[in-house]
Design a protein around this ligand. Sequence first.
Ligand SMILES: [Zn+2]
Length: 302
Amino acid sequence: MAVKRIRNIIVIISIVVLIIAGLGFNNGLLFNADVRIFVLDVGQGDSILIKAFDKNILIDAGPDKNLVADRLRLFGVKDLSIIIATHPHSDHIGGMVEVIDRYRPEYYLDPGIPHTSKIYRTLLDKVEEKKLKYIRPSGQTIHIQSAELFIFPVPDGIKNINNGSVVSRLSYKDFSMLFLGDAELEEQAFIMKVNGEKLSSKIMKVSHHGSNNGTDQRLLDAVRPEVSIISVGKDNPYGHPQRETLELMEKNGIKVYRTDRDGAIAILSNGDLYKIIREQGSIIERVMFIILQIKEFISGGI
Ligand SMILES: [Zn+2]
């Protein structure tokens, strides 16, 4: 009995030490970040939750019907302000209908390009049924208190749906993150021409799951990210992320995180500093991630 009690005390002390270490490790960002971004682990697909001040924004909803809707609740989301369907492929919009049903977003963004797959038509029916307000990407800035979400315009007359992806950039004081959807080099060339000055970002959600048609030196020269994040499924049949992409990141000294190895990835910022915590990272990160998730869950209201 005494041995068990001692063991319990050791476990509790260890947790407290980890929390204190974690607070130092995170410069307090664990509890004081106005902007929290979660690149969710959805397998082969994309889904990114942005919590900026009191607003929740979702970019894509992964391939699975229920997974993202279930996960959002665990991150304390009760409702969403804006949802963005970057483009109508099922690995990005598979869970969108369920998300709309459960979280009643006010605004809906997509490229507005005709695409007649069943899953996309079902989504558009739901958008209409729930009377979501449609925003067409046209180079507008959405203000979320002192943070800004810039929506790049989408090119006209595209043949490959990936090249009509909604690309956006969240900025807050010195912090910025670029979300590229599955935009390939053709769309990136268009963006560089019309709004190239807006691309520069500290963190980049890598385009098209790390495929080599989504990243090249020209893009990295325009964005100059410190960190890149690849949303990708384990052992996917496409060979994502591709070796060329990873080599390019390494050559440019860009740190790479990826959901197939790191699980969900949290990015916390107060506008000056940012911190990244991996769900499947070091022991301290794992504990921090659990604490962060509990904090988000409780702050969302039980
Ligand atoms: Zn995709």
